[in-house]
Every structure is written in structure tokens, then in C-alpha cells.
Design a protein around this ligand. Structure first.
Ligand code: PLP
Length: 445
């Protein structure tokens, strides 16, 4: 038996995501043993509040008894069967539920967010091909957009650190300005920024619509860009233009879906109907990988027939996995049982009040909040603020990972009053820890 720690063995055996491996010499891995509710417990018994919902996937806390029970029952009955030529109750029930919630239908399933993006891109381009316009096969997205990191999804992702090394592998797609409300000029509202950005989109569509299959957007909230928020007006204007220029509108609700922005889906705040919706992350409440794409009857009908060349044959081995679908159904039941969207409004008020010292901190710029997401841009000269903050927060019993100089919090929906206090006070204290380090690094003479 090995005597080295789990973290050491992990560094030897596992290629971890998102951080250059050598950095882990100074940024030790957190070896998690178990999780319950909003807390993660490491192998030494320390606990950490999961303040970013384990990368935006967890909704009702870890190991929720209702989801656990549903999974246990499902595991006794049917673990998995291929979805080609077969079907089963969990996938049918989930597809029906998602259709009722989104107003779209014909759910197709993948395992990760990126595979949902791939499906939506392929379906959109294939739709135009089936409709006699094969030249409509390019895509346009928002500056700073993030839609996953497989090669197709990365083509429409505009985050330099994920893209640059693979640029030669990627198909070029265009980006138009983000309606990021931080770009408001003095006297301008978020809606004014949205109008300006929409005017740029219009110019772009005028020139390129004949070759464009779809506009792909993260509605209201561009998470990976650094919790960029924008006015719903942009989505209304974009919807109208997409219809007029015959371009699909794909809403990537992988991060924004399932109550994160306050409504069940973010695009609903704009009162629009997209042509495609991509779902993942919170879909299973953070228990199992599952993603889905739903679309319109019009899109579906363009594929409907017996000709294999016209059909959407895309598949993954675990497409529609019964366990993952059951976890998703149990998660949707929890929204009703807990009256989650309504309760979240109350919780959000408590959190906003508790975050006030952060929001009004003299080093904070552009404090912003939407639904169950809070973000603050930190004005600091520390070259490695995100790493500093991550370490300081960890020492204070919080799991947080700022994006560049943007500190954000995206907690599970089930925080208790005591946890709200722990979260807000330790977040503020961790900021002061980093500012103290900054003062040491650059002493004021
Ligand atoms: C996380 C994310 C994805 C990718 O999902 P994965 O499961 O990580 O592949 C795509 N789009 C958005 C908006 C995301 O936040």
C-alpha cells in the first residue's frame, strides 16, 4: 500500500484540468473525501463551503437525499441501455419535462456541455443544408463567449487562454461586441449598451447572413468571461434580427439555466423563444454528467424523413443514460418541492445584504448581481490575484476560484443563515489577506 498522500498520488497519476501541473507544486490539491449539503470535507477532516457550486453545477447541495434516493431506485431497475433503437422511462419523462419548461422539444442528449454545443452547431448547419442553403454554415458569437472546449465548441469560444494553442485546429467563427453592461459610458444605462452592441450585430448580419447558420449566445450572463452581465433588451433585439436575417438563435444555458439567473432559464427574462437551447451543468443538480439540446418543430421537420443523409445521426455511447436522466428528474422535482425560484429571491436578498461590505469596498469596481450570482472586479496590482485569493479562501474554509481579477460567488441554493454569515465574512477577510500581501509586495514608501 502506498504511504503517500492522495494529493501526491493524484499529481503522479491524474492530469488535472485548468492549471499548469507544475503550479500544483505550490498550489496543493484539495483532497476531498466526502460532501454533504454546501460543504466539502477533505481527507484531514477540514471543511470548505462550496461557494462556486463545484464549477456552477450544484444546485441543492451535495448528496441531496431526494436525488440520492431516485438514483438508488433507478440503479436497482435499469443502469443503462443504448438509446439507438431503444427507449426507457427516465429519458422520455425528462424530455417531456424539459419540453414543457422550455417551449421547445425533440430533446437530444450528450454528456457534457461541450457536446451540447457541438450538437446545436451541427444541427443548425445541417438544417440549412437540408433546406437547400448549404452555404449557411458559419457561426457568430459574442466577444468573451464560452461554449466549451472540444474542437467544435472551442471554435465559437472567445477566451484567449483556452483558444490560442489550438487556433490552427479551429474553424474560424466571428465575434461581435458583447453587450457587457460595464461598458456603459457616463449617463448610459445597461439597455443603452445593449442597443449599441445590437447595432454592431446588425451591421455584421447585413454583410454575412447569407453564410451564417446561427448566432450563439450565453443569455444575460457570460460566466467564463468573468461574470459579464447584460440587459435582456439585447436578446430581444438579437431575436428580432435573427428572424429577419434567417439566422438561428442558439441560447447556451449550460451555466445560466435552472434558476441561476433568477428565472428558470435566463432567456425567459427577455420573453424570447430561441431556435435551440443547450443545457447541462445544473441539469442533474450537480450529480452526474448530462447535457441536452432542444429545438423547434421547424428544425425537427427539416430532418424528418427516411433519408440517412438528411437525418441527425449524432450519437454518444451514453446518450440519454437512465441514471443521469433520473437525477435530472429528481432535480426538477426539487424545484417544485422547495419552491426554489421563489425561495432563492429571499436568499438572494440575505446574501446581497451580507455582501454589502464587499460591494462597497474601496477596491471593488463594478459590483454586480443577477439571481444567484454575485461578482466584484478587484482593483489590485497583485499579478496573481486569483491564485492568492483561492489560497486565502481555502485557508478560511471556502472553495472559490476568481476569474482573473473578478471575484465571484455562485453558491448552492440551500445556504442556511449561518452559512451566509460564514461565506460573506470570510470572503471579505480573504480579500483583506490578499490586499495585505499586495501591500507587502509593493510597500508604499
Ligand atoms: C461550462 C460551460 C460549457 C461547457 O460545459 P462542459 O460540461 O464543461 O463541457 C459550455 N457553455 C457554457 C456557457 C458553460 O458555462
Amino acid at each position: 500500500m502506498s504511504t503517500s498522500s492522495l494529493a501526491e498520488r493524484s499529481l503522479a497519476a491524474v492530469w488535472h484540468p485548468c492549471t499548469p501541473m507544475k503550479r500544483h507544486e505550490h498550489e496543493p490539491l484539495l483532497a476531498i473525501d466526502r460532501a454533504e449539503g454546501t460543504w466539502l470535507y477533505d481527507t484531514q477532516g477540514h471543511r470548505y463551503l462550496d461557494a462556486i457550486s463545484s464549477w456552477w453545477v450544484n444546485l441543492f447541495g451535495h448528496s441531496h437525499p431526494h436525488i440520492r434516493e431516485a438514483l438508488t431506485q433507478q440503479l436497482k431497475q435499469l443502469d443503462h441501455v443504448m438509446l439507438a433503437g431503444c427507449t426507457h422511462a427516465p429519458v422520455v419523462e425528462l424530455s417531456e419535462r424539459l419540453a414543457a419548461l422550455t417551449g421547445l422539444g425533440h430533446a437530444s442528449f450528450g454528456s457534457d456541455g461541450a457536446s451540447a454545443t457541438e450538437m446545436a452547431l451541427k444541427m443548425s448547419a445541417h438544417y440549412w443544408r437540408n433546406s437547400g442553403q448549404p452555404e449557411k454554415n458559419s457561426f457568430v458569437g459574442l466577444a468573451g463567449g464560452y461554449h466549451g472546449e472540444t474542437v467544435g465548441a472551442l471554435s465559437i469560444t472567445d477566451v484567449e487562454i483556452f483558444r490560442s494553442a489550438y487556433a490552427p485546429l479551429l474553424r474560424l467563427s466571428a465575434t461581435v461586441p458583447s453587450p457587457d453592461k460595464r461598458q456603459a459610458l457616463p449617463g448610459e444605462s445597461a439597455a443603452d449598451v445593449a442597443r449599441r452592441a445590437a447595432a454592431k450585430l446588425e451591421v455584421w448580419l447585413q454583410q454575412h447572413h447569407a453564410h451564417t447558420a446561427a448566432l450563439v449566445v450565453e443569455p444575460l450572463l457570460q460566466c467564463a468571461a468573468g461574470m459579464v452581465m447584460y440587459d435582456p433588451l439585447y436578446l430581444r433585439l438579437a431575436r428580432e434580427m435573427c428572424t429577419r436575417y434567417q439566422v438561428h438563435l442558439v441560447v447556451d444555458e449550460i451555466a445560466t439555466g435552472f434558476g441561476r439567473t433568477g428565472s428558470m432559464f435566463a432567456h425567459q427574462q427577455a420573453g424570447i423563444r430561441p431556435d435551440f437551447i443547450c443545457l447541462s451543468k445544473g441539469l442533474t443538480g450537480g450529480t452526474l454528467p448530462l447535457s441536452a439540446v432542444l429545438t423547434t418543430e421547424d428544425v425537427y421537420q427539416a430532418f424528418y424523413g427516411t433519408d440517412t443523409a438528411r437525418a441527425f445521426l449524432h450519437s454518444h455511447s451514453y446518450t440519454g443514460n437512465p441514471l443521469a436522466c433520473r437525477a435530472a428528474l429528481a432535480t426538477l422535482e426539487l424545484f417544485e418541492k422547495l419552491n426554489a425560484l421563489k425561495e432563492n429571491q429571499e436568499l438572494a436578498k440575505q446574501l446581497s445584504a451580507a455582501f454589502l461590505p464587499l460591494t462597497t469596498h474601496q477596491r471593488v469596481r463594478h459590483a454586480r448581481h443577477l439571481g444567484m450570482v454575485w461578482a466584484w472586479d478587484i482593483d489590485t496590482t497583485l499579478p496573481n490575484f486569483a491564485q492568492c485569493y483561492h489560497a486565502a479562501a481555502k485557508a478560511r474554509g471556502l472553495l472559490l476560484r476568481p476569474i482573473g481579477n473578478t471575484l465571484y460567488c455562485m453558491p448552492p441554493y440551500v445556504l442556511q443563515a449561518k452559512e451566509v454569515q460564514h461565506l460573506s465574512s470570510q470572503m471579505l477577510a480573504a480579500l483583506e489577506d490578499c490586499l495585505a500581501q499586495e501591500a507587502q509586495q509593493y510597500p508604499l514608501i
